[in-house]
Design a protein around this ligand. Structure first.
Ligand code: ADP
Ligand code: MG
Length: 702
C-alpha cells in the first residue's frame, strides 16, 4: 500500500521551508539521523520533542519585575546610549520605560545600526527576557524577544526549548517546527476509542500543536495528556510492528511436529542431574509450541547459570525425533565450541549426530560437514551466528536456537524466517531483561522464564575492594592457588577501543604471569579464534589457573571448576554485565568468590551500583536496577545495533503506556490482520508516521 496522500507534505524535505538552505538542511539531516544521502523531512521536526519550556507569560510591569525571573514587558523606547568608540567593554544601553517604571536593555558588543532599527526611539516594543539588577537598576541583558505591539502573537509566551546542535540555533529550530506544524494535516484516529476517552487524550494533530506551541506550560508537560498520547502512539507503532512481524513469523506455514519424547527421555537419562522446575516448565511450553501447527517464536529468559543449554538440547532432541534438524547459534566461536563439547558426549550416548561448524575450519573439513548437513546425516549443527548467515543447506531445518543473544533483533528474526523455511525459533537471552525491554524488543515472541537455579549452588561471596588492595588480592590469590582453585581475572573495560582493552589485558597478564609463572593464560578480542580456543581449553582442562580476559568471557563460558572472579575497574561495567561476569563462577559445588576492584574516587552512584551486585544474585532484580540507572539503549547495547530507540516516549513518565500499547496492538492485529477498512487505514497512517517501513510490506494481504 502506498503512503496515504495526506501525509505527503510531512515527508517533504526541510529545504521546502522558508529560511532553510542547503547548509542548514545538511546539519538537520545529520542531527535527525536522516538516511544516508537523504534530507531531513518535516516529520523529523515534528518528532523533535522539546526538552523543556520557558514561561514568558509573566507581565509584572517594570517596577515590579523580579530579578532572576523571565518576564515580558511592553516598553516605550526612550534613548540609545552607544558605548564610547573603541571601548568594547562598555555595553550598548537602551533606556526604556512602561507605566510603572524604568527598564534598561543591555547589549554587549551590540551593533548600533541593527539596534536602532529594532528598537527605535519613541516607539513601543514587547520585550521579553531574564530580568537582572545592575547597580540598583533593573535591566534585561540581550532580550530573547523584541516584537512590535501588533506582532505580539508571534512571541511564544510559553516557549519550547529544544535540544540543539552546533549550527542549529534555538530560533531556527523553533521557526522550522512552527512552519512544519502549519503543514500538519488532520489524521484519522487510530487510538482505540475507549483508550482515547478514558485518558482524555487530544487528537494526534492537537497533541503535536500543544507540545510544540503550548498555550500553557501544562499543555506541553512531560506528564501531560498531549505528550502521553504521542508517547503511546510511538509505543503503539513499535508494538504493531512486532505483532506484524510475529504474525509473519508464525503464520500458519509451520508444521505440527510429531514426537513421543522418547529421545528426549534418553537425553534426560544421560544427564548427571534432574531438571529444575523452571527448566521443566520451559520445556513444557516448547513442546506445546512444537506440536502446534503455528511456528514457534519463543524467548527463554534465564538468569545466568539457570541451565539454558540443557533446555535447548532437549528441544533439539524432540526435533530430531520428529525427523528434522536443529541449528544452535552462539555469538562467538568460543561459545560455539564450548556448546559443542558440552553436548556432544550426551549426544553420542543417545545416538544424536552433532557437528561443529566454524569459520576457521579447513575448507575440506567444512565441506565434508556441510555435505552431511545437506544429506540429513547430522541432527544438530552448532556454529556462530555469523556462520549461519552464510549459506548452509540443510536437508530439513526444523529448529533454530539462538543462544545468549540480546541483540538478535526483529530484522534478524525475519531474515531467518524469510528463506521460506518452516523453522521454529528459540531465542535465549544472556541475562534477564526487564519487562519493558522484553516488550519493546521481543514483543513479538512468547516468553518462558527460568527464575530458579539448579540445586546445590552455593551463594557467591562478593566483595568490593579498591585497586589499592591489588597487592593483597594477588597475595591471597596465590594462597588459594595452592589449594588448586582457578580464577578469572577480567580487565577494565575501555569503551572507546578494543585495542586498549587488549593492551590492558596484556599488561595485566604480564604482571600476573610474573607472580605465577606458567599458570596464567590470556584471551582477548583481538586474538585469533584458534589461539583463544587453545587457551580456553587449557584453562578448562586445569592446566592454567588464572585466565586473564577482556569481556570476551562475558557470556556463556562454562568452567565449573573456576571459583574466583576478579573484575578490575568494576565501576566501568553495567550491572547486568557484572552479573553476567560473576555468573561465570559458582557453577560447581565449590564455594565461590567475586572481587569487584574499583578505581579511586568512586562516585556515590558507582558505589551504590557495586553494592547492588554485592547484595543480590537475582538477575531479574539487577536488570531492573540497571535499567533505572542506565536507560534502555545502553542496557541492550542497542545504540549501535539499530534497535528501536524512542524519540517521544520517556520511560520514567510513559512506561505504563507501553503495556497499553502492547495490549492494543495485539487486539488490533488479531481482529484486523490485514489492516483493512477505515480503522485499518488509520493504523497504517500511524505506521507511516513513525516510519515503520519494515512492517508495512509484511501486513497480511487482505
Ligand atoms: P546458562 O543458563 O547460563 O547458559 P548453562 O546452560 O551454561 O547456563 O548451565 C550452567 C551449568 O549448570 C552447566 O554446567 C550445566 O551443566 C549445569 N546445569 C544445568 N541444569 C542443571 C540442573 N538442573 N541441575 C544441575 N546442574 C545443571
Ligand atoms: Mg548459556
Amino acid at each position: 500500500m502506498a503512503r496515504p496522500q495526506q501525509l505527503t507534505p510531512l515527508f517533504a524535505s526541510v529545504k521546502k521551508l522558508k529560511g532553510i538552505g542547503p547548509q542548514l538542511a545538511q546539519t538537520m539531516a545529520r542531527f535527525f539521523g536522516a538516511p544516508e544521502g537523504q534530507d531531513a523531512i518535516l516529520l523529523d521536526l515534528l518528532m523533535h520533542m522539546p526538552a523543556g519550556l520557558v514561561d514568558r507569560r509573566h507581565q509584572p510591569g517594570a517596577a515590579f519585575a523580579q530579578p532572576g525571573a523571565i518576564s515580558t514587558f511592553l516598553l516605550t523606547i526612550d534613548q540609545h546610549r552607544a558605548p564610547p568608540r573603541g571601548n568594547k567593554r562598555v555595553p550598548y544601553r537602551i533606556i526604556a520605560h512602561d507605566d510603572t517604571g524604568e527598564m534598561m536593555l543591555t547589549y554587549f558588543a551590540g551593533r548600533a545600526a541593527w539596534l536602532e532599527k529594532t528598537l527605535p526611539e519613541g516607539e513601543q516594543r514587547y520585550v521579553s527576557g531574564m530580568v537582572t539588577a545592575f547597580q540598583g537598576q533593573k535591566q534585561i541583558n540581550h532580550p530573547d524577544f523584541v516584537v512590535k505591539p501588533d506582532q505580539f502573537d508571534e512571541m511564544p509566551l510559553v516557549e519550547p526549548i529544544y535540544p540543539l546542535t552546533q549550527g542549529l540555533s534555538a530560533k531556527k529550530i523553533q521557526g522550522a517546527v512552527r512552519d512544519a506544524l502549519a503543514q500538519m494535516p488532520e489524521m484519522p484516529e487510530w487510538v482505540p476509542e475507549n483508550r482515547l476517552t478514558l485518558n482524555g487524550w487530544p487528537s494526534f494533530a492537537d497533541a503535536m500543536r500543544q507540545t510544540h506551541m503550548p498555550g500553557t506550560p501544562g499543555e506541553a508537560a512531560l506528564d501531560g495528556a498531549a505528550r502521553a498520547r504521542l508517547a503511546y502512539d510511538e509505543y503503539l507503532a513499535g508494538q504493531l510492528t512486532l505483532q506484524i512481524v510475529r504474525s509473519t513469523l508464525t503464520r500458519e506455514t509451520g508444521i505440527a511436529r510429531e514426537f513421543s519424547g522418547a529421545l528426549a527421555e534418553k537425553v534426560r537419562g544421560a544427564l548427571p542431574f534432574s531438571l529444575t522446575p523452571g527448566q521443566e516448565s520451559a520445556l513444557t511450553d516448547i513442546y506445546a509450541d512444537l506440536r502446534q501447527k503455528r511456528k514457534m517464536a519463543r524467548l527463554i529468559q534465564g538468569d545466568v547459570g539457570a541451565g539454558k543449554t540443557v533446555v535447548a538440547l532437549l528441544a533439539m532432541a524432540a526435533m530430531a525425533e520428529s525427523g528434522a534438524q536443529s541449528a544452535l547459534m552462539a555469538p562467538t566461536e568460543i561459545l560455539a565450541t564450548q556448546h559443542f563439547h558440552s553436548i556432544s558426549a550426551i549426544c553420542d550416548q543417545v545416538g544424536l549426530k552433532v557437528a561443529l561448524l566454524t569459520g576457521k575450519m579447513p575448507q575440506g573439513e567444512r565441506r565434508a560437514i556441510q555435505a552431511k548437513i545437506a544429506d540429513g546425516e547430522i541432527d544438530i549443527v552448532v556454529g556462530t551466528h555469523a556462520l549461519f548467515q552464510s549459506s548452509i543447506e540443510f536437508q530439513q531445518l526444523g529448529l533454530t536456537v539462538v543462544d545468549e543473544q540480546h541483540r538478535f533483533g526483529v530484522h534478524q528474526r525475519l531474515a531467518l524466517s524469510d528463506k521460506g523455511r518452516k523453522t521454529e525459533l528459540l531465542v535465549m537471552t544472556a541475562t534477564p531483561i526487564p519487562r519493558t525491554l522484553v516488550l519493546t524488543h521481543f514483543g513479538d515472541m512468547d516468553v518462558s522464564l527460568l527464575t530458579d537455579k539448579p540445586k546445590g549452588r552455593q551463594p557467591i561471596d562478593t566483595a568490593i575492594l579498591s585497586e589499592k588492595d591489588y597487592d593483597r588480592v594477588v597475595a591471597r590469590l596465590g594462597q588459594r592457588m595452592h589449594e588448586g582453585v582457578q580464577a578469572f581475572w577480567v580487565c577494565p573495560l575501555v569503551e572507546e577501543s578494543e585495542h586498549l582493552n587488549a593492551t590492558s589485558a596484556e599488561d595485566r597478564f604480564k604482571a600476573l604471569n610474573q607472580a605465577f609463572p606458567g599458570r596464567v593464560g590470556l584471551v582477548h578480542g583481538r586474538m585469533a579464534a584458534a589461539d583463544k580456543q587453545a587457551v580456553m581449553e587449557q584453562f578448562a582442562a586445569g592446566e592454567l589457573q588464572i585466565l586473564v580476559a577482556t569481556t570476551v568471557i562475558e557470556v556463556g563460558v562454562d568452567v565449573p571448576n573456576a571459583s574466583i572472579m576478579i573484575i578490575e575497574h568494576a565501576e566501568r561495567f553495567g550491572l547486568s554485565q557484572l552479573h553476567q561476569l560473576r555468573g561465570r563462577v559458582g557453577r560447581g559445588s565449590k564455594k565461590s568468590a567475586c572481587l569487584l576492584l574499583h578505581g579511586e574516587n568512586l562516585s556515590e552512584i558507582a558505589q551504590k551500583r557495586l553494592e547492588t551486585i554485592k547484595e543480590t544474585e537475582d538477575g531479574f532484580k539487577i536488570a531492573e536496577r540497571d535499567l533505572e540507572l542506565r536507560g534502555e539503549g545502553d542496557l541492550l547495547g542497542t545504540r549501535q545495533s539499530g534497535m528501536p530507540g524512542y524519540r517521544i516516549a520517556i520511560p520514567e513518565f510513559h512506561r505504563d503506556f507501553l503495556d497499553m500499547a502492547h495490549e492494543d496492538a495485539a487486539n488490533i492485529i488479531e481482529s484486523n490482520p490485514g489492516l483493512t477498512g477505515p480503522k485499518g487505514d488509520a493504523v497504517r497512517t500511524l505506521l507511516y508516521l513513525f516510519r515503520k517501513d519494515l512492517a508495512i510490506p509484511l501486513i497480511k494481504a487482505g
